[in-house]
Design a protein around this ligand. Structure first.
Ligand SMILES: Nc1ncnc2c1ncn2[C@@H]1O[C@H](COP(=O)(O)OP(=O)(O)OP(=O)(O)O)[C@@H](O)[C@H]1O
Length: 282
């Protein structure tokens, strides 16, 4: 793998709380999913990579550039798209105005070329016919696509997406998956999410974070396989592990000791993820 992003020993604290703990990570072309529970440090990592937050220690190199050095940071920003967790839209702007505003901040100076680029990214996310619609009149899914559109300005080689599919209905999520997988064909996409189905569907690699550390790094299939032999279907309510009652009236158990009559079932990415976090044993 040719690395476009290399992170070494990245640390960040807020007061006495360590949010990133000497994190190492390398990214190449393709879509990498970033999974982790609330507070694991995902957004903090993404903000450091997006150059909106300075780490306390450690190094980042993205496209060979060091965001700690001012002129390199400026150059890097031109090659980087960021969809933040809370884009903070201005509701009375139209979709076009909003993306144009970000384009101005990104220093796309030539007005005609800038407007062409705004129309291009709106078309890329399927919002060409909504350019004149006020942001407050767009649906949640359309706003998420608008947030993606601004991240695509200037065709960045690195895309950092913080929970882009949160709150979307299944059809919108599918549209987003399709968009993101296409984008990952020739660029580096880091996608933070709580949706293990999205990771299984579109990420060739998945990194699991917990307490500011990387606790898994591999393929989604590898993460699922790591739960092999630890997922069961049983007839009686189990005494341990994480479980739920299935529609057929049996119990699907993750972790815990197998009981007589337990039938092993194929684990999912979610099973592997939960076991990595040590939830069943907790
Ligand atoms: N500016 C800040 N000041 C103080 N604490 C902060 C700040 N930003 C984040 N934190 C804390 O750092 C921890 C990690 O936050 P972060 O947003 O990186 O987690 P996350 O993995 O993205 O979580 P989520 O899935 O909930 O978005 C949390 O406990 C959060 O409350």
């Amino acid at each position: 793998m040719v690395s476009t992003v290399v992170v070494r020993g990245l640390s960040k604290r807020y007061g006495s709380r360590t949010v990133l703990d000497r994190l190492d990570l390398s990214l190449g072309t393709g879509v990498t999913g970033l999974l982790g529970p609330n507070g694991a440090g995902k957004t903090t990592l993404l903000r450091c990579l997006a150059t909106t937050l300075a780490p306390d220690a450690g190094a980042i190199r993205a496209l060979g550039l060091d965001p700690a050095v001012r002129d390199q940071r400026t150059r890097l920003r031109a090659s980087l798209g960021y969809l933040p967790q809370d884009p903070g839209f201005i509701p009375h702007f139209t979709a076009f105005d909003l993306v144009d505003y970000v384009a101005i901040l990104k220093e796309l100076k030539d007005r005609r070329a800038r407007h062409r680029e705004v129309r291009r990214v709106l078309a890329e996310v399927g919002l060409a016919d909504r350019a004149g619609t006020k942001v407050r009149r767009l649906s949640g899914g359309m706003r998420q696509r608008l947030a993606l559109a601004q991240a695509l300005l200037g065709s960045p080689r690195i895309l950092i997406l913080d929970e882009p599919t949160v709150g979307l209905d299944p059809e919108q999520r599918m549209r987003f998956r399709s968009l993101i997988s296409g984008l990952g064909e020739d660029r580096t996409v880091l996608l933070s999410t709580h949706q293990t189905e999205d990771v299984a569907a579109l990420c060739e690699r998945v990194v699991v974070m917990s307490d500011g550390r990387r606790v898994f790094d591999g393929t989604p299939a590898g993460l699922a396989a790591s739960a092999s032999g630890q997922v069961w279907l049983v007839g009686d309510r189990p005494g341990g592990g994480l479980f739920w009652r299935t529609a057929e009236g049996r119990f699907r158990v993750l972790g815990g000791e197998p009981v007589p009559g337990a039938v092993a079932v194929e684990p999912s990415v979610e099973d592997g993820y939960l076991l990595r976090l040590g939830k069943p044993a907790a």
